[in-house]
Design a protein around this ligand. Structure first.
Ligand SMILES: C[S@@+](CC[C@H](N)C(=O)[O-])C[C@H]1O[C@@H](n2cnc3c(N)ncnc32)[C@H](O)[C@@H]1O
Length: 336
């Protein structure tokens, strides 16, 4: 979920009748992910449980969902929301990057589908206290869960050069040097404690241009670093085929180009690159692949969805299906 400056400054979600989170591309996800209504599905980014609810609705009584989130508050919310679904829904506090060992702990070897809806939920973003917001000042935290270092720690201790690199790489902020310099100078006088202090320093250094808050990209970079988001995604992309049964699918929704690029490349690399002669009965070149990408182009929300939920506008959904558990599938499975 991306930062949504237009909404910044309004009342926090918890103070209004606003939903915890509006699930993005819900129909598309359920349509493509649920191939067996009696199967087991993992929602690796449970959040407010919007996608989980839609999957449960599609499943037969035999079907089951395992919901994972690193945020204890999201789990608490889903425990209340899904009270009475205990037999069909299992909630786990954990990191989706460890999905293989989390499932092992439940005695589950393989599942029919896995969903990741990356980033933060609207609730996390809107709660000043969680420290993600540049308008609703709160402690400079930004941790989705209750582990790891805070944004304050990074901002107050990383050398200026490393802050610059972080803003370039994770925020794709072209004015990274200026932002890093301003932070380094300001913390000499007083360490940063709140999101408001950081946002004000960045705004003073970069000035206002257009509608976006000038701190948007710096905040994105810090959030990614604090939560080790790209490391987690990389690890997941290395292990998820182990826990998918043959014919099972993975669906991943990303909200910025760094994540989307990683997902696109990883799925493409798992596709067949077979160079055996077409007449060969069995692939012997060692490049038969294990996945078939079902979304040549990423699926994006329709205009109507974006109008109803502007935070959906940068969403991209990619889906792939596993056709062979081990590299070494036959020629019939090759989709050149
Ligand atoms: C965009 S929200 C998901 C919203 C959800 N699909 C819904 O419909 O309500 C992302 C959620 O994933 C969680 N999350 C992000 N990275 C995670 C990780 N590596 N492991 C587990 N949960 C993670 C966040 O705490 C947040 O609750």
């Amino acid at each position: 979920m991306e930062y949504e400056p237009e909404r910044e400054g309004g009342p926090a979600a918890s103070e209004t009748a606003e939903p915890y989170h509006i699930p993005v591309l819900k129909e598309e996800v359920v349509e493509e992910l649920v191939t067996d209504t009696g199967g087991i599905y993992v929602d690796g980014t449970l959040g407010g449980g919007g996608h989980t609810e839609a999957i449960l609705e599609r499943l037969s009584p035999a079907g089951r969902v395992i919901g994972i989130d690193r945020d204890p508050e999201a789990l608490e919310r889903c425990r209340e929301r899904f009270d009475g679904h205990e037999g069909r829904l299992t909630l786990i506090k954990g990191n989706y990057s460890e999905v293989d060992s989390l499932l092992k702990g439940l005695g589950i070897k393989e599942v029919t589908g896995v969903l990741l809806d990356l980033g933060v939920s609207s609730r996390q973003l809107d709660e000043g206290e969680r420290g993600f917001s540049f308008m609703r000042s709160g402690p400079l935290d930004m941790r989705m869960g209750d582990e790891g270092v805070t944004a304050a720690r990074l901002v107050n201790t990383l050398p200026e050069m490393e802050l610059k690199k972080l803003f370039y790489e994770y925020g794709e902020e072209s004015r990274a040097p200026r932002a890093a310099r301003a932070i380094a100078a300001a913390r000499e006088k007083k360490p940063f404690e709140t999101t408001g202090e950081l946002a004000a320093t960045i705004e003073k250094a970069l000035g206002r241009r257009g509608g976006k808050h000038p701190a948007t990209k710096v905040f994105q970079a810090l959030r990614i670093a604090v939560n080790r988001e790209l490391e987690g995604l990389k690890k997941f992309l290395e292990v998820f085929t182990d826990i998918l049964e043959e014919g099972g699918r993975v669906a991943i929704i990303t909200y910025h180009s760094l994540e989307d690029r990683m997902v696109k490349r990883a799925l493409r690399d798992m596709e067949p690159h077979c160079i055996c002669p077409p007449a060969a009965p069995v692939c012997t070149c060692g490049e038969p692949g294990v996945m078939r990408v079902l979304t040549r182009k990423a699926v994006k929300p329709a205009r109507r969805e974006i109008e109803a939920n502007p935070r959906a506008r940068s969403a991209k959904l990619r889906i792939a299906e596993i056709f062979a558990k081990e590299a070494g599938g036959t020629n019939e499975q090759r989709t050149h």
